[in-house]
Design a binder for this molecule. Structure first.
Ligand SMILES: Cc1cc2nc3c(=O)[nH]c(=O)nc-3n(C[C@H](O)[C@H](O)[C@H](O)COP(=O)(O)OP(=O)(O)OC[C@H]3O[C@@H](n4cnc5c(N)ncnc54)[C@H](O)[C@@H]3O)c2cc1C
Length: 480
């Protein structure tokens, strides 16, 4: 199959570019090395739609953050993804922090961020009663918001697929060469993928992909960020997202409620060399606790339900690298924070680059921007739920007790673009396994449903693709 455009990397950036291109009469292919989409930075980040006061005025980060933040509410609505404009608050603890907050305010005003203001510690505590007594000043950004980053990625890609984009998983791009008018994209196994244009959205590996076509004048350093996620019992400790003043290594540790009602704290910031190292460390998690405690004292450590780590793609140019270095090839690299916030705006920017590069883009009249919300059933009234259950009894059978996820919701996710192919994929789409017990009760049932839908033996179902098998034979005969 020959494609007009191949996008390498099914993260939030590749996903939104795929969706944007599906508006046009083009054959588009989205290539991902993993068993699922959104497996890089797009699944492990702070989930903040930044208002846009951090980036230096005049940078791509500033331009695309503010634009993306303004687009996000509508885009999340179209894609049926939870989004909440919850306000961002940057806190300062001493007089030396005040000029830092003033710099952020000035930058934000230059970048076009609306309604920023600096308030006193007491005013901040009146808004957020759990803020610590040592908070002396705060910058208030009412346009700051939160979103679920992996649901956003899955939904953007699902909508792109519904509009004709092909997703190719488990295809790790290992070389690219140009033959005639087409790029030959190879994994070294099976057939190559041929495409007239290539868009490089490979996250921490975007420098490697660019080097395959001799178009790499940048490097990407992975910067680790570790987090603690707490039970919903603590979700109401804060309403806004609370940041410390930023440092050269980034925005620093934050405390935030998530759109699903949990409490999240982190991330650390540590440059590393291994682009696969997403381990958490005792020291990293301890520093998260200490810093968070100063901002919001009394966060109960016993409520931690899991920890995780994401890798930022830090470029050596100090800005997003979005360019068209050779005909038919576009780099979308160094998309560190605020990449999630900027994602819909980056997609529009890339389409403009393609037009300048000579791509012919004819709008498709049948493009449909709407995707059914993944959690439509959860948000129904009891009476509405009972009506659905009377017609489809699977919606009356609870599989995940912590998050109240039904068999009907899981079965629906299993046939919705992009279909989950493993247990973690079901978890990210339905929240089954996301709760307090982290899958202890629901996992065997999820494995059974996956085996049934994929038509594979129970023992062949994996946690996250590859050789991550969960079962090694039956302990009793008969059915599960
Ligand atoms: C700790 C942390 C906190 C953050 N917080 C925020 C925040 O609050 N707000 C915000 O706006 N931004 C935030 N960000 C930034 C945001 O997460 C990223 O900008 C965004 O997720 C980048 O998306 P991406 O698609 O470019 O990269 P990724 O999501 O990493 O996707 C790249 C994809 O390419 C695939 N790939 C790589 N190599 C190959 C290959 N050879 N062949 C095929 N596929 C390949 C990978 O498997 C991956 O799926 C944060 C990032 C981190 C790490």
């Amino acid at each position: 199959m020959k494609y007009d455009v191949a996008i390498i990397g099914a993260g939030v950036i590749g996903g939104f570019i795929a969706r944007e291109l599906s508006r046009y009469d083009l054959k588009v292919c989205l290539i991902e090395r993993e068993n699922d989409v959104g497996m890089g930075a797009s699944r492990a980040n702070s989930a903040i739609v930044h208002a846009g006061f951090d980036a230096e005025p005049g940078t791509l980060k500033a331009l695309l953050n503010v634009k993306g933040s303004e687009m996000m509410e509508q885009v999340a609505g179209e894609l049926g993804v939870p989004y909440r404009r919850n306000t961002s608050i940057v806190v300062g603890f001493c007089d030396e922090d005040l000029p830092k907050l003033q710099t952020l305010l000035d930058r934000g005003n230059k970048n076009g961020v609306r309604d920023l203001k600096i308030i006193s510690g007491d005013e901040a505590r009146a808004l957020e009663p759990k803020l610590g007594p040592t908070v002396k000043y705060a910058l208030l950004a009412p346009t700051g918001a939160i979103v679920c980053p992996y649901e956003l990625t899955i939904a953007a890609i699902g909508n792109a697929m519904d509009n004709g984009v092909t997703l190719v998983r488990n295809f790790e791009v290992k070389s690219i060469r140009k033959e005639g008018n087409f790029y030959q994209i190879s994994s070294g196994v099976g057939d190559d993928i041929e495409a007239a244009r290539v868009i490089n959205c490979a996250g921490v590996y975007s420098d490697k992909i660019a080097s395959f076509v001799g178009a790499c004048d940048f490097t990407i350093t992975p910067r680790r960020g570790e987090y603690l996620l707490l039970d919903k019992e603590c979700g109401n400790m804060v309403s806004a997202t609370i940041f410390r003043t930023p440092t050269a290594m980034g925005k620093g540790i934050l405390v935030t409620r998530t759109v699903d009602g949990n409490l999240l704290m982190g991330p650390t910031a540590e440059n590393i060399t291994d682009k696969e190292d997403t381990s958490t460390t005792d020291a990293g998690l301890a520093s998260v606790r200490t810093m968070a405690e100063e901002m919001v004292p009394g966060i109960p450590g016993r409520c931690v339900i899991t920890s995780f780590c994401g890798l930022r793609s830090v470029g050596d140019k100090g800005d997003f690298i979005i360019n068209n270095p050779i005909p038919g090839f576009v780099n979308v690299a160094a998309i560190e924070s605020p990449g999630l916030s900027s994602s819909p705006a980056i997609a529009e920017y890339v389409v403009e680059l393609l037009k300048k590069d000579g791509a012919v883009l004819n709008a498709r009249p049948d493009f449909n921007p709407i995707r059914r919300p993944a959690h439509w059933f959860r948000h129904m009234s009891l009476a509405e739920k009972n009506k659905v259950i009377a017609e489809k009894p699977a919606y009356g059978r609870i599989i995940c007790r912590c998050e109240s996820v039904t068999e009907g919701e899981i079965k629906e996710a299993l046939v919705t673009n992009p279909r989950p192919m493993d247990v973690d994929g079901v978890k990210r789409r339905t929240r089954s396994g996301m709760g307090r017990c982290q899958g202890g009760f629901c996992q065997p049932n999820v494995i059974g449903l996956l085996a049934q839908e994929l038509g594979i033996p129970f023992e062949d179902v994996t946690k996250c693709g590859g050789d991550s098998k969960l079962m090694f034979g039956r302990t009793r005969g008969g059915k599960m």
